[in-house]
Design a protein around this ligand. Structure first.
Ligand SMILES: Cc1cc2nc3c(=O)[nH]c(=O)nc-3n(C[C@H](O)[C@H](O)[C@H](O)COP(=O)(O)OP(=O)(O)OC[C@H]3O[C@@H](n4cnc5c(N)ncnc54)[C@H](O)[C@@H]3O)c2cc1C
Length: 315
């Protein structure tokens, strides 16, 4: 065996997992494969503690077997005891699990953004002309949106309305779904497992939490000397117990939001405007924008009134 543990991806999830495992499993051979030598600023900060574990090799394929996993990179082939797929929204580890019928592909939204004129404001636009199924934003001058449909055309329209002439456009997928994240000798963590808030696209907190649950399960698995699905299942139970229902409820609300018109969105905000401050004062919402905590702050009578008036949204 070349490595005890191979992590694919040194983003948020992979760096957090690598840091925890290097502290807890001293003496084990752990490697992180990363394709980018120059990661974005945030990822660079995350990667610092695990820099010496990283091999800058792009992974081309993984083979999942019951006795080991085989990782093929542009440079070499490696046999590993346990594999952690932290390889983001287009995860090839997940693809290997899909091919074996273990999990499914998530739905992908396309995020697209550019730098506009710097401002001191944060603005979020729930406007179906900008994004029919998500939202557009202007965060201190960074203008962007996400959508599953014609992202470039929607971005062009949004930028025109913001009076921004883009020099360079960045694009990145956002995975959505509730996926199975384990099998024999393999776990999916972070965007690879679609551990993303369906209403905001935020995945950093979930990636960090899931990586911590994965580290707990992997530590236990090495102490037992067992790497089968029955042992690794504890990882999925831990993250689903924590934020699985947040993802599930978020997906349900997204399905409703996709059907809403701009008129209905305005109606909704008009109805709830007095409750918004109360909802955002809640500690759980402020810290992690936990949906269930937010929902519990909105009077049920108002929700029922709105839904009865807009029954088409439930169809
Ligand atoms: C436009 C946009 C804005 C966002 N804003 C926010 C925000 O404000 N707040 C928030 O919480 N979340 C935000 N997110 C989501 C957040 O960035 C992700 O959820 C988070 O980065 C997921 O971390 P990860 O480690 O799973 O994946 P990633 O950060 O994508 O890391 C995956 C790593 O794997 C590497 N990799 C992939 N394939 C291979 C391969 N074959 N071989 C070797 N290496 C490979 C990649 O190079 C990358 O370094 C945003 C996402 C987008 C698209």
């Amino acid at each position: 065996m070349d490595y005890d543990i191979a992590i694919i991806g040194a983003g948020v999830a992979g760096s957090q997992l690598g840091t925890l495992l290097s502290e807890r499993l001293k003496g084990k051979r752990i490697v992180i494969f990363e394709q980018l030598e120059k990661p974005i600023e945030f990822a660079r900060a995350m990667k610092r503690p695990v820099e010496d574990m990283i091999k800058y090799e792009r992974v081309l394929s993984v083979k999942l077997r019951s006795d080991c996993c085989l990782v093929t990179t542009e440079q070499d082939k490696y046999f590993v005891r346990l594999l952690a797929g932290c390889d983001g929204a287009n995860s090839l580890t997940r693809r290997a699990m899909v091919e074996k019928g273990i999990t499914k592909q998530p739905k992908l939204l396309h995020g697209a953004f550019t730098q506009g004129k710097e401002t001191r404001k944060i603005k979020v636009y729930l406007n179906k002309f900008y994004s029919p199924d998500f939202f557009a934003w202007n965060f201190f001058g960074e203008c962007g949106l996400a959508t599953a449909h014609r992202p470039r055309a929607h971005l062009d329209y949004f930028l025109k309305r913001q009076d921004v002439k883009p020099k360079r456009i960045f694009a990145s997928p956002i995975p959505l779904g509730l996926l199975k994240s384990f099998t024999d000798r393999c776990l999916l963590i972070g965007d690879a497992a679609a551990q993303v808030k369906p209403l905001t696209g935020g995945g950093i907190i979930y990636s960090l939490k899931a990586a911590t649950y994965a580290a707990n399960t992997i530590e236990k698995s090495f102490s037992l000397g067992r790497f089968d699905a029955a042992t690794l299942k504890a990882y999925e139970k831990a993250w689903r117990d924590d934020f699985g229902s947040e993802i599930k409820n978020g997906l349900r609300l997204r399905a409703i939001y996709r059907k809403m018109t701009n008129k209905q969105i305005n109606e909704l905000f008009e109805l709830f405007k007095d409750d918004v401050e109360k909802v955002f004062a809640k500690e759980a919402v402020k810290r992690y924008d936990y949906l269930s905590a937010a929902a519990s702050g909105i009077p049920k009578k108002k929700i029922t009134k709105f839904m009865l008036k807009n029954l088409n949204l439930l169809a």
